[in-house]
Design a protein around this ligand. Structure first.
Ligand SMILES: NC(=O)c1ccc[n+]([C@@H]2O[C@H](COP(=O)([O-])OP(=O)(O)OC[C@H]3O[C@@H](n4cnc5c(N)ncnc54)[C@H](O)[C@@H]3O)[C@@H](O)[C@H]2O)c1
Length: 325
């Protein structure tokens, strides 16, 4: 199939683009490189420089790609920043996505797979299923929920088939592609940067949460498994209208457990500082991914924290400064 990967120069989009190439698809990557890296784009994919804010850019990309399907990763992704600059996030994540959806309809795109997030859910002690209460705690989560709602109407009015994949915490590396956000806000790379000495210390925000060791618990999913689920979702949409599902392993790890594992896999010691809770951080976010396992016939390969942090560490050792600029 011809596939347009929007945001395919980013961390997750680059790995999905690579797996699509490996599966034999004709892959086009559309990205403005505001956060992405040229090196993350597979060599066999055709890179199209463009910005979702600009309808002409999107229309030209879809004219060129003649895409049967679109994967949509492009977004601003920092929950904390979204609480300081909501307008920026609603424009970048909602209004830009509307441009893309409009263009998909006029170009007769049949299937779209969208990157959503665990941040659409209300916090819960129990594993989150697709039926769990929805209540974003930050503007970032709200923008993703708004796109989910737009997709429902684009399906019912225009017949655009969609997969909404609600990721928990992506981590690890796949071949030459790894996590290199600027600024980095994710716990595993931040902790490993403390291990390499690129950061003087790692901060733990909140040690009095109602969890066994008092720190927040999150569900981590390896980038390989996350990407595999996207390819399954693409196939699923060949004979289904829609799917909305969670992608995690179902196991939660605390901030302290991640820090201890970073010490173990790196063999380095580093300073850990404790700080106040941050507003909007839920004590525990863990996925039930039964629906993805059942409907997409998907099974995560990496479930142990050691393998996930180890994968991120190996990449960081090989790329101490991220991608070369
Ligand atoms: N990283 C995670 O753990 C995680 C968790 C849940 C959901 N998600 C979602 O997954 C998606 C990908 O996340 P990521 O970690 O790969 O982020 P990323 O920042 O590495 O990738 C996003 C890509 O989109 C591009 N982009 C942004 N705005 C654009 C625009 N207007 N036009 C064209 N390109 C644009 C960026 O240049 C970048 O290459 C995002 O939608 C994010 O919300 C990520």
């Amino acid at each position: 199939m011809n596939i347009l990967v929007v945001g395919g120069a980013g961390y997750i989009g680059g790995v999905v683009a690579q797996q699509l190439v490996e599966a034999g698809h004709e892959v086009f990557v559309f990205d403005n490189l505001v956060k992405g890296h040229h090196q993350a784009v597979p060599e066999q994919a055709r890179f199209i420089s463009g910005d979702l804010v600009n309808m002409d850019d999107i229309n030209q990309a879809l004219d060129l790609a003649q895409a049967d399907a679109v994967f949509h990763f492009a977004a601003l992704i920092e929950a904390g920043e979204s609480m300081k600059k909501p307008a920026l996030y609603f424009r970048a994540n909602v209004s830009n996505t509307l441009n893309l959806l409009e263009s998909c309809v006029t170009h007769n795109v049949k299937r779209l797979v969208f990157s959503s997030t665990a941040a659409v859910f209300a916090a819960s002690d129990a594993p989150l299923t697709e039926m769990s209460p929805i209540q974003p705690a930050n503007c970032y989560g709200e923008t993703k929920l708004m796109v989910e709602q737009m997709l429902r109407w684009f399906n019912s009015v225009h017949g655009l088939r969609y997969g909404v994949l609600r990721y928990f915490n992506a981590c690890g590396a796949y071949g030459p592609r790894g996590e290199a956000h600027t600024p980095e806000t994710h716990l595993i790379p931040l902790t490993l940067q403390a291990a390499t000495g690129q950061r003087p210390y790692i901060t733990v925000y909140g040690t009095d949460y109602p969890t066994p060791d008092g720190t927040c618990i999150r569900d981590y999913i390896h980038i390989y498994d996350l990407a595999t689920a996207h390819l399954r979702a693409l196939d699923y949409l060949a004979d289904h209208e829609t799917i909305t599902c969670n992608l995690g392993t179902g196991t939660g790890y605390s901030v302290r457990e991640v820090i201890d594992m970073a010490r173990k896999v790196s063999g380095k010691s580093f300073e850990v500082r404790e700080s106040e809770r941050r507003p909007g951080d839920a004590p525990r976010l863990v996925a039930s991914s039964d629906l993805a396992r059942r409907e997409l016939d998907w099974q995560p390969r990496y479930t142990l924290l050691e393998d996930m942090v180890g994968s991120a560490w190996e990449w960081m050792v090989r790329h101490p400064n991220g991608y070369p600029s």
